[in-house]
Design a protein around this ligand. Sequence first.
Ligand SMILES: NC(=O)c1ccc[n+]([C@@H]2O[C@H](COP(=O)([O-])OP(=O)(O)OC[C@H]3O[C@@H](n4cnc5c(N)ncnc54)[C@H](OP(=O)(O)O)[C@@H]3O)[C@@H](O)[C@H]2O)c1
Length: 431
Amino acid sequence: MVQPLRLGLAGLGTVGIGVVKIVQRHADLMTMRTGRPVVITAVSARSKGKDRGVDLSAYAWEDDPVALARRDDIDVFVEVMGGHDGAAKDATEAAIAAGKDVVTANKALLAHHGQALAEAAEAAGRVIRFEAAVAGGIPVIKSLTEGLAGNQIKRVMGVMNGTCNYILTRMQNAGLPYETVFEEARQLGYLEADPNLDVGGIDAGHKLSLLASIAFGTKVAFDHVELEGIGNVSIEDIHLADEMGYHIKLLGVAQMSGRGLEQRMTPCLVPADSPFGQLQGGTNMVMLEGDSVGQIVLRGPGAGEGPTASAVMSDVIDIARGLRLPTFGCPATQLADVCPAKSATPAPYYMRATLLDKPGALAKIATCLGDAGISIDQMRQINQQDEQDDKALVLIVTHKAAPADVAHAMSQFAATGVLVGAPVAIRIEEI
Ligand SMILES: NC(=O)c1ccc[n+]([C@@H]2O[C@H](COP(=O)([O-])OP(=O)(O)OC[C@H]3O[C@@H](n4cnc5c(N)ncnc54)[C@H](OP(=O)(O)O)[C@@H]3O)[C@@H](O)[C@H]2O)c1
């Protein structure tokens, strides 16, 4: 008789309930696709009595997710609780030790402990799958691990935090400042309990570090991701960049160069008419670039009950079908230590500075750039008048420049005596 695949589901929140709904709604479909029934045996969450809008009466209950992970009547431990330490880590380790396969949506857990967990799982002959952890419903892990396995990966880029993309596109479309839209997002429930996970770029940085590991065969190195959130993106820069044909996105880029592994999750200008430039609202987008395939672009919902549960179930179905792959695409013990790039690949930069409108002011700024070895591609001056002084807003687009040279030039601007306020420099990412 065909044995069912038995799931232990830890977490009955947004994602967990989505998983319950798919298992209940698509029982026949899954049996047809995998050749065996997929069933939930037992569940765990913090509060047993909570009405979760689905019928859980057929499932055994465990208060403790570690006890759930160790149950003899489960084959796969599905971890959808969240958090990189505590219950999620303890229960995942317990599941592996008890000989269970693991499916998780938890990017924070894997960004911090992925290497150790992968080594433990592979030593025990178990698999850890995490399609839902990166870009929600978009099958990006599968694309990278399987679909593009014949390619040397050149670069991975992504807009992978829907909340940040919502905030930036709303600022642009409605002309509202960051603080106003941040508050809107909070009221709409788009922000994590700790908003810095979203707007600080941490959540998206976790995801980028997982993609980089698969793409380049390196150990997950979240600590080496250059992180900058969107809190300093001004509505002024959004408008000015738009006038120059660019949109501002929180963009992740991972690439291996002669300098080492570059991983950045920072606000960038992208061409307004590029796929990333066109991306609106909470949608996610990932671009994968391989030496044979060229560029492929995946776009879709990066969060929410249905999309995330869809990704969790794709992992469950793979396990039911007998597909067993190493966590990060090659055996964990063979993943290379990361040699982080000391400096990022040179890129054009957008700069904005306000200057006293005095003769020679612009020349002084141009000299700072020239002294730093940076050449100017475009320069625009917009005169402004206020009660005290005439001022000039200067916009510059540079040719490709090294980030250290840009930082040096910016530091020299102050010494010119013509600068008003702090200048801004934002990388322009070439796609
Ligand atoms: N939501 C999304 O769109 C999305 C997208 C991609 C990835 N993810 C990832 O999926 C995971 C779950 O996200 P979510 O949005 O579903 O979270 P959620 O709605 O906050 O649900 C978390 C669930 O875990 C349970 N839980 C938390 N700590 C527990 C503990 N110590 N013991 C037992 N149960 C515990 C909670 O129990 P109670 O309900 O009783 O409090 C709740 O049912 C996270 O890793 C998240 O990053 C989420």
